[in-house]
Design a protein around this ligand. Structure first.
Ligand code: ATP
Length: 562
């Protein structure tokens, strides 16, 4: 198989360093065994070549090369006895031994665990080079063996491996396809993040559906991949045509992100730029955090995977640790990619508590370590609403490149958000013929909506359209003013919590709003606590109001311009 030198070396290093037990959690049992076999016979990688034996509960041990069975080894203890007695350099692969490790440390086979521990000195210091490899679809490590078992993260197949599979399938099925080599690479890339078996299924489906394999198959494979990934229940590919122009305001955040586009490219290497790790975006609900995350995919032209933190811990889809590991492995497999961790606080908020026997702490630890050490080009965009449940470790320097605070939109930002939504809904429709989206109209709408979040502004536009539709007439400016008047913005009902958010952000986060969109307090029209007075007439001059009580005058997040 076409394994990369990197993966071979990293597993071989564990063998060479005489790690007694190496656990490979994977669904790809045969691919994992192939890797071990390739390493074991490759002197350039492992130095001391070894024989490989494979064990399973039905047949006991067999020689991996010849298939010859070793008699009387069909129980785990008997299998370990064989390891103990066998005098040669060897690697012993045990399949599915996790079935004997119990659930949550209950019902484990303690005699087996004792035997495994007895073998440690033999494996570490014995005359022969021997290692035991545990291959299972689930990662279950007995408490007593935590320090003795090393977990080897078995990555998804690389482009080269998938490419090899594709060629093999084309040859085996006698498909005389018109695919160029570049097309084959593109097809192989589209299957990244799938196991070899899943990739084979995806290609087969594309062959059947398209009656052959051509460039168009990428769509089918992507769809298949999306389904496989969605089936895990924790990850989802987000396809969005939102772009930077769909985000009104948040210039600082947008500029920061735009400057980091292509940071994994060859040209970035010339500048010795460290790969960006990710951003944490927190702030007032409805102000564009998710919108920005979704637009990232188009801005950076990279696949976007959304990780549902709530589901990681739901217990519905496997163990939390397993879920987190799988999510990380998938994001790495499709890298360069963006991993959007929505409502990160939902998963990590419970850390330190003892209620879940330390599961959140462990899962959180896995995530943090990965954030710190990741080398694969996966950019994390984490969004959070409830800052109180964010553990301090997450906010420590070095985890995220920057923490952004998205506040209530300023006057200038509200104009931009109105412009985005008005243009989106009114452009080219006949019933909007009386509406001119000019600076005067935008200014007036913005002045009337101090304290409104982006989502409420969007809602105002939609409500106005409904009103005109209901009355079966052209849309009028009054429809928008009336919609504003009938809205009580979230900032009024949740004034206290927004103030607390700002206090938090002042010391920890950078403002997402650009400097040019920040207004002197006196230009904001009115305090949020008495919302929405209707302007007396279209030409009313609001610049005189002092806005002392205004929520916009005291905004959260440090002011830095990117
Ligand atoms: P929550 O935390 O409640 O999910 P959020 O900050 O993630 O809130 P979004 O989901 O991004 O908010 O916003 C909801 C909708 O409001 C967006 O889909 C978009 O239509 C509109 N909206 C919010 N902010 C903006 C903005 N800055 N520019 C344009 N539209 C916006």
């Amino acid at each position: 198989m076409n394994f990369s030198t990197e993966i071979k070396n990293s597993l071989a290093n564990l063998f060479k360093a005489r790690f007694p037990y190496i656990y490979i959690p994977t669904w790809e049992e045969s691919r994992a065994c192939e890797l071990v076999k390739e390493i074991a016979k490759d002197e350039s990688v492992i130095k001391v070549v070894r024989k490989v034996y494979v064990w399973n509960q039905t047949d006991g041990f067999a020689d991996a090369e010849t298939g010859k069975k070793i008699s009387d080894t069909a129980t785990p203890i008997k299998g370990l006895e064989f390891v103990d007695k066998n005098n040669e350099n060897a690697i012993y692969i045990f399949k599915d031994l996790h079935n004997f490790f119990g659930v949550s440390n209950r019902n484990a086979d303690y005699a087996l665990i004792r035997k495994m521990r007895n073998l440690i000195p033999v494996l570490r210091e014995g005359q022969f080079r021997e290692n035991i490899v545990l291959v299972s679809p689930q990662l279950i490590i007995p408490e007593d063996m935590q320090k003795e078992i090393s977990v080897f993260e078995f990555p998804f197949p690389t482009v080269n491996e998938i490419y090899e599979l594709l060629n093999q399938m084309l040859a085996e099925n006698g498909i005389n396809s018109s695919l160029s080599d570049a097309d084959k690479v593109a097809l192989s890339k589209s299957a990244l993040g799938l196991t070899l078996q899943e990739a084979e299924n995806a290609f087969s489906r594309a062959i059947v559906k398209n009656k052959g394999l051509d460039k168009e198959a990428i769509g089918v494979i992507f769809e298949e991949k999306n389904q496989v990934i969605r089936k895990t229940g924790i990850l989802e590919f987000i396809k969005s045509d939102l772009d930077v122009a769909d985000i009104g305001g948040l210039e600082n955040l947008k500029n920061w992100l735009l400057k980091r586009k292509n940071s994994w490219s060859e040209s970035a290497k010339r500048y010795n730029i460290p790969a960006p790790k990710g951003v944490l975006i927190t702030g007032v609900p409805g102000c564009g955090k998710s919108l920005t995350a979704k637009a990232m995919s188009s801005i950076w032209q990279l696949p976007l995977l959304k990780l549902d933190m709530g589901k990681i811990f739901s217990g519905i889809v496997g163990s939390s640790e397993e879920n987190m590991r799988r999510a990380i492995a998938t994001a790495e497999a499709v890298s360069p990619s963006i991993l959007w961790v929505d409502e990160i606080e939902k998963g990590l908020g419970g850390t330190g508590s003892t209620g879940d026997s330390g599961t959140s702490t462990r899962v959180f630890g896995t995530f943090l370590t990965w954030m710190q050490e990741k080398t694969a080009p996966v950019f994390v965009i984490a969004t959070a609403n409830n800052i109180n449940s964010l553990p301090p470790e997450l906010l420590r320097k070095g985890r995220f490149d920057e923490i952004f605070f998205v506040d209530l939109p300023t006057l200038e930002e509200r104009k931009k958000i109105f412009e985005v939504h008005l243009k989106k809904r009114l452009s080219g429709i006949e019933v909007a013929r009386n509406i001119v989206i000019d600076s005067e109209f935008l200014e007036k709408l913005a002045l009337m909506t101090e304290g409104f979040v982006g989502a409420e502004i969007e809602q105002v536009v939609i409500t106005a359209l409904y009103e005109a539709f209901f009355n079966q007439r052209d849309i009028a400016k009054e429809d928008f003013y009336n919609a504003i008047e009938s809205t009580v913005p979230l900032s009024v009902t949740q004034k206290e919590s927004i103030m607390r958010l700002r206090e938090w952000a002042n010391v920890r986060a950078v403002s997402a709003t650009g400097c040019s969109d920040r207004q002197p307090a006196h230009t904001e029209q009115k305090p949020v606590s008495s919302p929405n007075p209707k302007p007396e007439d279209e030409s009313s001059d609001n610049s005189g109001s002092d806005g002392n009580d205004s929520m916009s005058s005291d905004r959260g997040g440090r002011i830095l311009d990117f």
